[in-house]
Design a binder for this molecule. Structure first.
Ligand code: BEZ
Ligand code: FE
Length: 289
């Protein structure tokens, strides 16, 4: 197209793709270009605003590293990570809901026996909680030998890798379920905390007038061969920010109660939470549809 106008620019760009690119590339880029152009037209984006946006993306790249991907954080605060998770991991057979992984997972946490504590350092204002439950299949049968990685923030709102005063792998552990599908560990009541807001994601939060806080939660990564892996979080029903999570990751089905432990127990609180896994075969069949 030689004469580019407001009316033909979108067609000019989508039409410039070669015929032999993969169909999925064409599908993704045609929609992306259409929506991006429509967005610029709708808000009558000025040249200055566009340039500000490009500079902001440059800063997002600049602060990113192997250890920090600012673009994932930006997607989080725009609800894109949770949206993609819901699209890609739609519940089909009554299995437990997934939610975002977040940036604080670490490989190879300490392998601990059932009932062990993941607390390596005490905090003045901490409340200990014994978390227990069962991992079952979608028919309710217990699954033995399921690997469960758990991780959570400390009462100061920091994960151990954000805080030089916490021991390595504090508040992290790996557990295996017993024959009856049961798991159990001792952790701390998780505190609400701000997602990292010292970079481009924080600038965007300011721009949108949104806060960086997440409700108190414990992360779970659950896997066993033959089952679809589950990345999820459980939320304390008494925590703040359940209704306005900065990353929109809360699901009603993932909220549980932390209640006072029975007389004589060795923790302040207890929480019971079961997860249901679906077979990997069912997961693959749905993905192929
Ligand atoms: C988290 O829960 O650890 C998290 C999730 C998304 C962005 C930042 C943190
Ligand atoms: Fe988290």
């Amino acid at each position: 197209m030689r004469n580019i106008t407001l009316d033909n620019i979108t067609e000019a760009v989508t039409g410039a793709m070669k015929p032999d690119i993969p169909d999925r590339n064409r599908e993704i880029m045609t929609a992306a270009i259409k929506h991006f152009h429509a967005f610029a037209k709708e808000v009558k984006l000025t040249h200055g605003e566009w340039l500000e946006g490009c500079e902001w993306m440059r800063r997002a790249g600049e602060i990113s590293s192997e250890a920090r991907n600012e673009f994932i954080l930006i997607c989080d605060i725009l609800g894109v990570e949770v949206l993609v998770d819901m699209l890609d991991n739609a519940v089909t057979d009554g299995e437990s809901e997934s939610t975002v992984l977040g940036p604080f997972y670490r490989e190879n946490p300490p392998v601990l026996p059932k009932g062990a504590s993941i607390v390596q350092k005490d905090f003045d204002n901490q409340k200990t909680v014994r978390v227990s439950g069962r991992i079952v299949d979608v028919a309710g049968n217990p699954i033995e030998g399921v690997r469960i990685d758990v991780w959570e923030d400390a009462p100061n709102g920091l994960y151990e890798q954000q805080d030089p005063d916490q021991p390595d792998y504090n508040l992290r552990g790996r557990f295996l379920t017993e024959a009856d599908g049961s798991y159990e560990f001792v952790g701390l009541r998780p505190e609400p905390y701000p997602i990292p807001y010292d970079g481009a994601a924080g600038e965007l939060l300011n721009f949108m007038g949104h806060h960086p806080m997440r409700p108190g939660h414990i992360h779970f990564m659950i896997s066993k061969e033959g089952y679809k892996p589950l990345i999820s979080q459980i939320y304390d029903s008494q925590t703040e920010y359940l209704d306005n999570d900065a990353v929109f990751a809360v699901k009603e089905s993932l909220i549980g109660d932390m209640t006072p432990a029975p007389e004589g127990a060795d923790t302040d609180l207890v929480m019971q939470f079961d997860f249901r896994l679906k077979p990997a075969a069912a997961a693959e069949a749905v993905a192929a549809e």
